[in-house]
Design a protein. Structure first.
Length: 81
């Protein structure tokens, strides 16, 4: 049972699916993550649920995840084709 949790919902218009694919891939390949992170996507938003035993782990995962979202969005924006 976790002591701390956070729920984040992100909508980025037509970039939402691309951002989701980017952060979901990173989450899949980080097995040693001390937090439990679930990502889901519906038509208009990404939902990120994070559970942790320690507040420091929750904060670190939130920071990392939000930075990945920002980096993904910035990368997509910089390549406007």
């Amino acid at each position: 049972m976790s002591n701390y949790s956070a729920k984040i919902q992100i909508s980025a218009g037509k970039r939402t699916k691309s951002i989701f694919d980017s952060i979901e891939a990173d989450n899949r390949f980080y097995d040693e993550n001390p937090t439990k992170t679930k990502l889901s996507l519906d038509d208009k938003k990404i939902t990120i649920l994070i559970d942790a035993q320690e507040v420091a782990h929750l904060r670190a995962n939130l920071n990392s995840t939000l930075r990945l979202v920002q980096a993904s969005n910035d990368s997509i924006e910089s390549v406007k084709i």
